[in-house]
Write a protein of this length. Sequence first.
Length: 318
Amino acid sequence: MTTRTVGASDLNVSPIGLGGNVFGWTADQANSHRILDAYVDAGGNLIDTADGYSHWAPGHHGGESETVIGNWLRSRGRRDDVVIATKVSTKPDRTGLAVENIYSAIDESLDRLQTDYVDLYYAHFDDGDTPLEETVAAFEEVRLAGKTRHVALSNYTPDRIDEWCAIAAANDFAPPIALQPHYNLVHRQDVEGPGNRGEVAAAHHMGLVPYFSLASGFLTGKYRPGAEPESARGAWVRDYLHPEFFAVVDVVREVAAAHAVAPAAVALAWLRDRPGVVCPLASARTSSQLAPILEALSLALEPEETAALTRVSDLAHA
């Protein structure tokens, strides 16, 4: 399997990353560890989490996912085999990107992850209450301290990406190497188009690491017209329950049938090969959900299949 380089860096990742948002939430520790084992054994190496995962679940406070991953790293001894990415700003007792919050948050994340460093440290959401110069400087200090290898951004607007990179350049700080946007076959508007995140990321030599790559499960084909979502993520897919988006899923199913793979593998492979994309993220709470992620690591779509998927997606976004 050919790895990909993240932005203008020396960091190499597999073509599909494993999202850790379900670990310690809908996937208990035992299942999470089985999924991590199978993903890494199949050649995957990027494990993505955040200090805020999964504070939204009843009785959770954030940090649950990092703890599960840390226990796996300790028990398996595979730290050198994986790229670990985590984020700061959404844990309820660590919200925002104030300097002292970042300093405390990275130490707490490293404790939970049971590692001395993370490979990618994301500013999860912009913090308008903290001067950006302070946040950028804090991320540089964390990097210089050896607690993270690289800086990255998630959910930042094009203007704020430009501002962050300008501050980094003016102070000779390391620039961010990755941008994590919401991007998939039925949600392209945040990334594509003049002046949008994809163009700005390319201008700053940042690789795209999309989240919601499967549209919260909609692109797996498990939802049907007229049926009310019932899963833990059901509320997140209601915006997709329209004829034009089901038409996208129909083409995804057709291509999947031609390759004898799951629809999710096709949706991930299409996104994997979009301009600027380095490594889409997808999560799995069971082995059956992991299977298409593993298929997408190497699935090769025919040019006409990619064109058909893009065409039906274009119509859905028209």
